[in-house]
Write a protein of this length. Structure first.
Length: 547
């Protein structure tokens, strides 16, 4: 018998929305002890379906039809009091971004204790003791100290473990995990997936795992549901959906997974050739940060970048890969002087950036521009796109009319309508905002682009489009690029050479095929081993190719 039954669920959107329903005709079941993965792009309705189960739909969004049956009761028709009794106690949820889901002003232990307090369970002493036990179970180091930490004092992976501990506090029958590994580095992602699998077996929970990554699905799913624009287009056992997909949309998602296959020879061209001119030369770059100590560590000096030395050639893309905290993003910011390095030299063409300041630095830095990870936070929400794209050129003396005309050209170049100059960032999807971020980086006609995790939070199909766009722009404009990423699958698609960083140091560097195909360093091998779905990738690609 099914533990959870969703029958013909339809969720209505407010009047004026792009479509009348967020989800429509959604029917599926969940069995005890299984992991059911719901896959789809942003806007497919996968998270909305889960929020309906939890009773956490946004204001103005309401269930219009259908039933959600749990132990013989329709959750949709329960009183708020009865629904609160189920929420957390019988059905719990892990959210995508733990930093925003956790209260930044409350210690971790107090937030876990709140779960027991909300259901009038245990004494205050017992609650805190149980909080320590839960943090121990999810593998957080020094749990007795962790309960006294604030969320900002923990890493992304540690915060996600806290969220899992909170979700497990009342030993629920169903755990809903909404994109819990998105934007985590591959080793942390692998740890979280392994933890969820272990806890599923230990507690005999059923898990609804929401994701856009078929690599993750291949590693953990028993059954799979594929959603597109609010409807289920395919569902079945994981092996059937992954290896024998029947719907074109499913096949397109699988085909869009970044693969570890070698780049074709024609993709290399002259990029990466040691005969090409050096456009960027970094020598002996160092950056240290002094920490004030905390619950887990004594005050110390952290070598974020340690003696970084390399040359970037004209038309080449170098990937800088590593886990969170490896120093890769700090290296990019030091090179472009968003952070001042402690020592070392950065030469862009014939200009020594580390010796410049003020107006001379601003003028020279126009030739090296950055694409940031989160375009929504890096774009001024109160400024129209035209202003965002013209601010840089106008500051460098380009007449306003000419700058606006160039802005329209750039929007066309990145695949957007030129009329977008009159719109605001919130009116665009995540992939469209990233295209705007790319257009802004191109506005000053740079020689070098530094892309800092530019596709890490995007759906696989949007990610593939942005990677294709970057490759096309690089070829057309003869750009050189530093591509910062934690995803070696992405690096394999676009990079000519790869630099692997660990704790501020480069542990391995070489041509992409060599580093990924025959890694010399144990750390590189561990990153490759942690890639989700890697062992299933070839079979999935063959299944799609055979259609």
């Amino acid at each position: 018998m099914s533990l959870l039954e969703i029958e013909n669920l339809a969720i209505a959107l407010p009047a004026g929305a792009d479509r009348p329903f967020a989800v429509e005709n959604v029917t599926f079941s969940l069995h005890k002890g299984e992991i059911l993965c719901i896959v789809g792009e942003s806007g497919s309705g996968k998270s909305m379906s889960a929020n309906a189960v939890m009773g956490l739909l946004p204001e103005g969004v309401t269930p219009a039809e259908g039933r959600i049956m749990f132990h013989g009761r329709d959750i949709l028709h329960l009183s708020e009091e009865n629904r609160r009794d189920i929420r957390g106690k019988s059905i719990s949820m892990i959210f995508q971004e733990p930093l925003s889901a956790l209260n930044p002003l409350m210690r971790v232990g107090a937030q876990i204790c709140e779960v027991f307090e909300a259901h009038n369970l245990l004494t205050p002493q017992e609650r805190m003791r149980r909080a320590v036990e839960l943090l121990t179970e999810v593998g957080l180091p020094e749990p007795e100290k962790a309960v006294r930490a604030y969320p900002f004092q923990l890493s992304g992976g540690q915060r996600q473990r806290v969220m899992i501990a909170m979700a497990l506090a009342l030993e629920p029958e169903i755990l809903i995990a909404d994109e819990p590994t998105t934007a985590l580095d591959v080793t942390t992602q692998a740890q979280i997936l392994s933890l969820i699998e272990d806890l599923r077996r230990k507690h005999e929970m059923a898990v609804i795992f929401i994701t856009h990554d078929f690599g993750v699905v291949a590693d953990i799913a028993d059954r799979v549901i594929v959603m597109q624009t609010g409807e289920i287009v395919e569902q079945g056992p994981a092996e059937d959906v992954l290896l024998r997909p029947t719907h074109p949309y499913t096949r397109s998602l699988i085909a869009a997974i970044p693969g570890m296959k070698e780049r074709p020879p024609e993709a290399e061209g002259k990029a990466g050739s040691q005969e090409s001119p050096v456009i960027l030369s970094v020598n002996g770059l160092n950056k240290t940060f002094s920490t004030g100590g905390g619950l887990f560590k004594q005050a110390r000096v952290v070598h974020a970048v340690n003696d970084l030395t390399f040359d970037l050639h004209l038309g080449e893309t170098i990937g800088i890969v590593g886990e969170s905290g490896s120093g890769k993003s700090t290296a990019g910011r030091c090179i472009i002087r968003l952070i001042d390095p402690d020592c070392g030299t950065v030469r862009l063409s014939d200009v020594e950036l580390t010796k410049l300041s003020g107006q001379s630095l601003r003028m020279a830095r126009s030739k090296a521009q950055m694409i940031f990870q989160d375009p929504f936070s890096s774009l001024n929400p109160r400024a129209r796109i035209g202003r965002i794209l013209t601010e840089g050129p106008i500051a460098h003396g380009v007449p306003r009319v000419q700058a606006m005309e160039r802005a329209r050209e750039l929007l066309s170049l990145v695949g957007l309508d030129p009329s977008a100059v009159d719109r605001f960032p919130h009116e665009f999807s995540g992939g469209q905002r990233q295209r705007i971020g790319i257009a802004r980086a191109l506005a000053l006609d740079p020689d070098v682009i530094i892309a800092d995790e530019a596709v890490s939070a995007l759906d696989v199909s949007i990610q593939a489009q942005v990677l294709d766009l970057l490759a096309d722009l690089k070829a057309r404009l003869n750009l050189s690029m530093l591509f910062v990423t934690h995803d070696l699958r992405v690096a394999a698609q676009i990079c000519d050479r790869i630099m692997v960083m660990r704790r501020g140091e480069v542990v391995e560097m070489g041509p992409t095929a060599q580093v990924l195909g025959q890694p010399n360093h144990e750390y590189t091998r561990s990153l490759l081993a942690a890639i989700p779905g890697r062992h299933h990738e070839q079979a999935m690609r063959l299944a799609v190719a055979s259609e």
